[in-house]
Ligand binder design. Structure first.
Ligand code: MEV
Length: 313
């Protein structure tokens, strides 16, 4: 019934457009980031369930708070599959920075689920995978829109609209530069800041509508290969996200440096309050210039995602 070991893998994600408004049912455009990966190796254990990772080694039951989502997920999988008499060892290799809006929590859950279902030779459909990821996401984030779960399980960029999911081709040159503020941002806290603002001033909900419209315009600009407009829409999104109070000095600084050095637009990606900034560059010359300047200013953790990787017929 069981194999000797099983490996599950997943990757990071960025939200190009639509963070926060997605929580209110608006659309989003997200991209998988294959350079940043998590791999989970699952083997059998004799006495208890154990975790081996960079941040914690020990029993699953005594794992620190940040493992709460994973803990519930694993116990849930044992329970629904009547496997409560088995014990496993779960070894992580993760190069997705944690708490930076890059979907690390959803990716880690995804890798664990894939490894678990392979290990016990169980059938895993895409919809089961998504609903299991969202079990741990709910514990970590409260009220996830589900876009992280969809993107860490996708091989292509996604356009979400009215609960529909479509692949989006990017048939043009350009790079997305991802820059890490190296500060952890709490999704739960950021979502609650936006919620409180809207509860206090219901007319601010108009900004959620505006973010939703930006997503629609961005989809048209991607289809029309209008990279300048995509950049403008990134700056527009950022103005709204910043008004929500989820930008930080580091985020603002990275945006200023990137746009000054030729980025067509820059914004938070993910929940904000730290995490990462994404900037759009039209060619590799500009990308190099932006990264050099960011690094000279102390922002040394950058990743380049060429849009050409997302070409489709
Ligand atoms: C988090 O990556 C994105 C948010 O929109 C929350 C969510 O969609 O669940 C802030």
């Amino acid at each position: 019934m069981m194999t000797n070991f099983a490996i599950g893998e997943s990757h990071a994600k960025i939200i190009l457009f639509g963070e926060h408004s997605a929580v209110y049912g608006k659309g989003a455009i997200t991209l998988p980031i294959f350079k940043l990966k998590v791999s989970v190796k699952l083997t059998t254990n004799l006495k208890n369930n154990e975790i081996e990772s960079d941040i914690y080694n020990g029993s699953l039951i005594n794992a620190p708070l940040e493992f709460n989502g994973i803990k519930s997920l694993i116990f849930h999988m044992f329970k629904i599959n009547n496997l409560e008499n088995y014990f496993i060892n779960i070894k992580f290799e993760n190069n997705i920075p944690i708490g930076r809006g890059l979907g690390s929590s959803a990716a880690v859950s995804c890798a664990i689920i894939k490894a678990f279902y392979k290990f016990f030779n169980l059938d895993l459909t895409h919809s089961k995978l998504i609903s299991l990821i969202n079990i741990s996401e709910q514990i970590i984030h409260g009220n996830p829109s589900g876009i992280d779960a969809q993107t860490v399980t996708s091989e292509s960029p996604i356009f979400f609209e009215n609960n529909e999911i479509k692949k989006v081709p990017f048939n043009f040159d350009g790079d997305i530069i991802i820059t890490d503020t190296e500060k952890v941002g709490s999704t739960k806290e950021a979502v609650s800041i936006v919620r409180k603002l809207i509860d206090k001033n219901p007319e601010e909900y108009e900004l959620i509508n505006q973010l939703g419209n930006i997503v629609k315009n961005a989809k048209k600009s991607i289809d029309n290969k209008n990279i300048e407009n995509i950049g403008n829409l990134m700056n527009k999104s950022q103005n709204i996200l910043s008004y929500f109070g989820i930008s930080t000095n580091e985020i603002n600084d990275i945006i200023k440096i990137s746009n000054y050095n030729g980025a067509l637009g820059s914004k938070i990606t993910g929940s904000g309050l730290g995490g990462c900034v994404i900037s759009l560059s039209k060619d590799s010359f500009t990308t190099k210039k932006i990264i050099k300047s960011l690094q000279n200013n102390g922002y040394k953790k950058n990743w380049i995602q060429p849009l050409k990787d997302f070409e489709m017929e």
